[in-house]
Design a protein around this ligand. Structure first.
Ligand SMILES: [Zn+2]
Length: 213
């Protein structure tokens, strides 16, 4: 085999899903294709997340002598702390009407979350270009946050292009002049985008502007 193919196949193997036994878990962060009786699935493992999604079903009803796979989402980092969304709201209001960004990272060794501001290269009311923050060894990106200034929260075609290769949540805060900003959240898993229909209520509560009377 061509050595480049051997390296590629080792880094992204295909697995025949056992029908009678259990599928051995992926021990380290990585990706693999699961060939199952009910379709072909992508499994992605990161220190903070395990996600399994069906990429496709079979076109014909032919007998595949393998086991079945269920889609799964396991948040190994636990709940994302709402107070960091509140911290990001403060950043977004300070940058208003320009856009800003931040990374919510999780440290796999300490299990602590924190918010890192991104290094902004260019920002205006309609776009943002930034440098990805340098992370220490056990830090992993969990939520990639950006703000939309005066515009509502949604995922633009630029956001789609930016998010295509990552495994993360993408989060947008819009209407940053409102006492409660608008929010959009989605899971990005190597080109699979899944909108989270209900952004957690405590995120809105944390982002609400404190009005001093
Ligand atoms: Zn955007």
């Amino acid at each position: 085999m061509h050595p480049a193919d051997a390296a590629l196949q080792q880094s992204f193997p295909s697995v025949m899903v056992p029908r009678f036994g259990a599928l051995p878990p992926l021990e380290r962060p990585g990706e693999r294709l699961l060939i199952a009786a009910n379709g072909v699935f992508l499994e992605i493992v990161r220190p903070w997340l395990r996600v399994v999604r069906r990429l496709g079903a079979f076109q014909y009803r032919t007998a595949i002598p393998y086991g079945e796979v269920e889609e799964a989402t396991e948040m190994r980092c636990g709940r994302i702390p709402a107070d960091l969304i509140g911290e990001f709201a403060t950043m977004a209001r300070a940058a208003y009407p320009k856009e800003t960004g931040g990374w919510l990272v999780w440290n796999a060794a300490t299990a602590a979350f924190r918010l890192l501001p991104v290094q902004i290269l260019e920002h205006s009311g309609g776009h943002l270009k930034y440098e990805r923050p340098a992370l220490s060894q056990d830090d992993v990106l969990v939520v990639d946050c950006h703000s939309h200034g005066r515009h509502p929260a949604f995922f633009s075609s630029t956001d789609d292009a930016d998010d295509r290769h990552d495994v993360k949540f993408a989060f947008v805060m819009g209407n940053c002049d409102a006492s409660t900003p608008s929010m959009a959240l989605r899971l990005c898993a190597k080109g699979i985008f899944e909108n989270v229909e209900k952004v957690p209520a405590d995120w809105y509560a944390a982002a609400r502007e404190e009005v001093l009377v």
